[in-house]
Design a protein around this ligand. Sequence first.
Ligand code: COA
Length: 171
Amino acid sequence: MKLPPKTPSESRTTITDIVLPGETNPIGNMFGGELLARMDRAASITARRHSRRIVATVAVNNVSFNKMIPLGSVVTVEAKISRAFNSSMEIIMDVWIEDRENGIKTKANEAIYTFVAVDETGNTVPVPPVKPETELEKERYNAALRRKQLSLVIAGKLNPKEATELKALFF
Ligand SMILES: CC(C)(COP(=O)(O)OP(=O)(O)OC[C@H]1O[C@@H](n2cnc3c(N)ncnc32)[C@H](O)[C@@H]1OP(=O)(O)O)[C@@H](O)C(=O)NCCC(=O)NCCS
């Protein structure tokens, strides 16, 4: 049975939290692993909202730590689904820090995780397709298959010769 498509805004998740002393490195900036965990939580909620299934992280595809996040910062992780395939879902996160005085948010980091929907016995199950609405959502949707193939090639799960989207880029 074909599942009806869902828009990225239907499963969008934001988590806002402060950076406490136990979550920093020796020079007082947020520890990378702490941010990875916050992003994993936000992304898993998005994947769960989209699929309404049990979900598991199958890959952390890309993380760029572009800006240091000082102790006491208010950090917001926004997680949105970019595309769903059969059982897998690509979730893109944007991370923002908020200025204490004027409340203006500055983009600090970005990340892409892949989740898979499973049943109670751990077998993969199909998820609804994504219907992108905004220009950014359409851009992210269109590039997602290329990123999936790259991730599978790096993980040794796809023969580079079969990565049609990557070949189209380079040859
Ligand atoms: C998630 C899991 C059930 C998938 O099982 P599997 O036998 O690898 O299943 P498949 O090979 O059919 O892959 C399932 C989907 O994930 C995709 N996938 C697998 N590895 C991937 C990777 N490295 N990057 C991107 N997508 C990947 C596959 O392409 C497939 O997508 P599709 O169904 O949308 O076409 C299994 O790998 C697992 O249990 N992993 C551990 C998950 C976990 O515990 N996460 C928390 C980490 S502590």
